[in-house]
Design a protein around this ligand. Structure first.
Ligand SMILES: [Zn+2]
Ligand SMILES: [Zn+2]
Length: 370
């Protein structure tokens, strides 16, 4: 290796260095073990992870419902400190605190340059879900160190005034939830219904309020989540086990229906209810991850003539997006910290997965400290 290509390295980090990481071995088998520490190539960086979390998607991976290759380090929500910089990454220094989005667009392919960063084609065209690489197609964030690809496009410096806890949920949860409201083009004065008040749905609720909705209706039967929904900006929360949500939304809106319905679960029943809740010409903004077939009953969308908009969104990533979200926290307009209900060391991540995946103890999001 010549000096020109030598990565800027923290003293003492050698090629034989190892780290602790949560590694996927197969369904129901994620283990914390010692693995080689990454080294950055051109355009890449390595961060020392100071805080991360577990996403619902990681639970799908753990259960074998979303396939990833055995041996992969899971997790896609990193906050950390720059430990090494590969050649060609400029404007950053070792020791900078950074937030990296769950989605890491290359910033140079057709998809990125066309504004569809989450469908990044890695330097070439488009790839569906291609922007989601951490803990999907490359090693992820539930580790002591993380290799960040396309670092120039993805390292967002964290303002000194903000703690790791204040920003970790911006990587995925808040970016995705807010995007539900943004893609739905919520307007000042709108009525917005948000189906499911898990972490992403709760951020969609907050996002709808920030976008100017006059009325936000949360839908969730879990009392802890319903209470948090009100705290995050919902005016009312409907329990689908107790009321007919579609009828109730129609009643609340004087028979018209909601302007925008955000789906944050990924089930036929919630998607269909969202569609039935919106007024003619309304928008269903879908964030859920679906499997199997999704059916579209003709009456719910006026046989295709109701001027409905149905839009899907994958979490927006990249440093410009993260910068926007950081400013929302810095300004005090959004506080995601109430959503972090539990905290674990990386070595105890098995227990964290157990509590998170079974929704025990009123858990919403867990902080994982490597
Ligand atoms: Zn996620
Ligand atoms: Zn790209």
């Amino acid at each position: 290796m010549t000096m020109a290509t030598m990565p800027t390295q923290r003293p003492g980090a050698g090629p034989a260095a190892t780290m602790r990481a949560a590694v996927f071995h197969g369904p129901s088998d994620i283990r914390v073990e010692e693995v080689p520490r990454p080294t950055p190539g051109p355009g890449e960086a390595v961060i020392r992870v100071t805080l991360t979390t577990i996403c619902g998607t990681d639970v799908h991976i753990l259960k074998g419902e979303y396939p990833v290759k055995p041996g992969l380090i899971v997790g896609h929500e990193p906050v950390g400190v720059i430990d090494q910089l590969g050649p060609g990454v400029v404007g950053y220094e070792i020791g900078d605190r950074v937030l990296v989005g769950a989605i890491t667009p290359c910033g140079q392919c057709h998809a990125c340059l066309g504004g569809k960063l989450s469908q990044c084609g890695h330097g070439t065209g488009y790839e569906a879900i291609g922007g989601w690489r951490f803990g999907n197609t490359i090693d992820g964030a539930q580790a002591e160190y993380l290799l960040v690809p396309s670092a120039q496009a993805n390292l967002a410096k964290i303002p000194e005034s903000l703690t790791d806890e204040q920003v970790v949920l911006l990587a995925d949860i808040a970016s995705t939830g807010f995007a539900g409201a943004e893609s739905g083009k919520v307007r000042i004065g709108d009525t917005v219904v948000v189906f499911a008040q898990g972490p992403i749905g709760l951020c969609a609720t907050a996002g709808a309020k920030l976008m100017g909705a006059a009325q936000v209706i949360g839908v969730d039967g879990d009392p802890t989540r319903a209470a948090m929904s009100l705290r995050m900006g919902a005016d009312i929360v409907l329990d689908p086990a107790k009321v007919d949500v579609v009828e109730e939304v129609k009643r609340i809106t004087g028979g018209i229906g909601a302007d925008v319905a955000i789906e944050a679960l990924g089930l036929q029943v919630t998607f269909e209810s969202a569609l039935r809740c919106v007024r003619p010409g309304g928008t269903v903004s879908s964030l859920g991850v679906y499997s199997g077939k999704l059916q579209m009953p003709y009456d719910a969308f006026a046989a295709g003539l109701g001027d409905h908009t149905i839009i899907t969104t994958l979490c927006p990533g990249g440093k410009e997006r993260m910068g926007r979200l950081l400013r929302m926290v810095e300004s005090g307009r959004f506080d995601p910290t109430p959503l972090i209900t539990h905290s674990f060391a990386l070595s105890d991540i098995g227990e964290a997965y157990r509590i998170f995946s079974n929704r025990l103890d009123g858990v919403l999001k867990v902080a994982i400290r490597p």
